[in-house]
Design a protein around this ligand. Structure first.
Ligand SMILES: [Zn+2]
Length: 451
């Protein structure tokens, strides 16, 4: 069961965690600081030692389907994570807009798993500096969070297959187009010391030829062998699986990677031009070739329907670039989490411009709206601010608008994942999925009629 941690100042958080809150006199304050620092140092050392450990167990399956829930223990996280789970998208290890002070206000441990691209660090700090600091956890100060390092991040580091060659993979990065060789990639991983990391992949878009697909699989398998042979310090290996839109190549790649000594799987090559209709066959080809006991992470499936498609295929971990894109556009998620079965008959003509999953807070209709984004939402944004205020912040280009929206959207999407997990445990996942998709279609049709 996830809880929302009440926001409390950092010093008191440390004191409460360590149990050394001694009082308010100067003397006691000094004792508190020393005791807290010592305990914090000990905790950090213990967590550092455990960082490379992971345990995963599947707990429940959906009725007759491949959707599953599981429990993931990651070294640096004090609490186990329930899967399917959302990985928070970051820029250089921190969420795009949420500050570390507000991060604990999100449901924990659901928000404790962060995704980072090693390519963000090509422009600095240097690998030596990061290594001397003690790795990513220490550098950004998030000791009880877990990090998954994946080269592609679906926001700023997208694969550039035309420029990829047998030496390395090409990416558009914040510092221009760069060719990344496996050895260079592993050097960055070694200095970051994430909990888990995905091997380098040659991802291709959906429209490439079968010949190019075959080459991408051969290269990805070869680079995985090179990555494992180089064995960087710390972190568990997730083998990258590619194959584009070719079912046979997807299967071949999955079978080859499953033979290797990896702790889990990173499924790449999605969200690169394939249609929703061709995706189930591709996902099935991969999933049927993988052992059940290891976790599977995917990038590029972000929309609620895509997440449901991935969960139905048996994926456990998802990236959250969708949240980032929503937030940048001024959108807030509003679909019901406890009652997905709302239908189009409840649709009102005043709801113009929304599709019943999200609202655009830039719209003038919210200029005088003094209600929170979602009345029942317990997030920091909905508890403290109104739609009218966020509409104003967006209109005057204040970054606080994105901060508040990212908090709400992340909180809401974490709630969506919790609903998915509950549906699987209750044996009604397929019903939940079909109802969600049908409700969305009905509402879109109603919007079209009103327009
Ligand atoms: Zn909210």
């Amino acid at each position: 069961m996830e809880t929302t941690r009440k926001y409390i100042p950092r010093k008191e958080t440390v004191a409460l965690k360590t149990g050394f809150y001694l009082g308010h006199s100067d003397h006691n304050k000094a004792k508190l600081t020393c005791a807290s620092l010592l305990c914090r140092e000990q905790q950090q050392k213990q967590l550092q030692g455990k960082r490379g450990s992971m345990k995963f167990a599947v707990k429940a399956w959906s009725n007759g389907g491949k959707a599953r829930t599981g429990v993931l223990h990651l070294g640096s996280c004090p609490s186990p994570l329930e899967t399917p789970v959302l990985l928070l998208s970051t820029r250089k290890g921190l969420p795009h807009f949420i500050s570390p002070d507000l991060l604990p206000s999100l449901p924990y441990p659901g928000s404790a798993f962060l995704q980072v691209s090693p390519l963000h660090f090509l422009e600095g700090p240097s690998m030596k500096t990061m290594s001397n600091i003690g790795g990513l956890h220490k550098m950004v100060g998030l000791h009880d969070y877990a990090f998954a390092a994946v080269a592609r991040d679906s926001i700023q580091c997208l694969p550039e297959s035309d420029s990829t060659n047998k030496i390395g993979a090409s990416f558009e990065t914040p510092c221009g187009r760069r060719l990344i060789k496996p050895a260079e990639y592993l050097q960055i991983i070694s200095s970051m010391r994430p909990n888990i990391w995905a091997t380098l992949a040659d991802e291709v878009p959906a429209w490439v030829s079968n010949k190019r697909n075959k080459i991408s699989v051969d290269r990805t398998v070869k680079w995985l062998d090179e990555c494992i042979a180089l064995s960087p310090q710390g972190g568990l290996v997730f083998g990258a699986i590619v194959g584009g839109s070719n079912v046979d190549e997807r299967k071949r790649c999955a079978q080859e990677i499953a033979k290797r000594n990896v702790s889990g799987f990173w499924i790449g090559g999605f969200g690169l031009g394939e249609s929703m209709l061709e995706r189930p066959a591709l996902l099935d080809a991969v999933m049927d070739s993988l052992p059940e006991e290891k976790p599977r992470l995917v990038c590029g499936l972000g929309l609620p329907e895509e997440v449901l498609q991935g969960v139905a295929a048996g994926i456990d971990l998802f990236d959250s670039s969708y949240i980032y894109n929503l937030t940048l556009g001024g959108f807030a998620l509003t679909f019901p989490l406890d009652r997905i079965e709302t239908n189009a008959s409840g649709f009102k003509s005043t709801d113009m411009g929304i599709d019943q999953t999200k609202i655009n807070l830039k719209a003038t209709v919210y200029r005088k709206d003094t209600s929170p984004i979602v009345a029942s939402c317990t997030c920091y944004t909905c508890q403290n601010h109104t739609k009218a205020y966020i509409n104003h912040l967006l209109n005057v280009h204040e970054m606080l608008a994105q901060i508040l929206l990212e908090i709400h959207n992340t909180h809401h999407y974490l709630g969506f994942f919790q609903s998915i997990r509950e549906a699987i445990k209750d044996g009604r996942f397929e019903q939940f999925r079909q109802m969600f998709i049908q409700t969305r279609r009905d509402n879109l049709a109603a919007v079209a009629v009103c327009a």
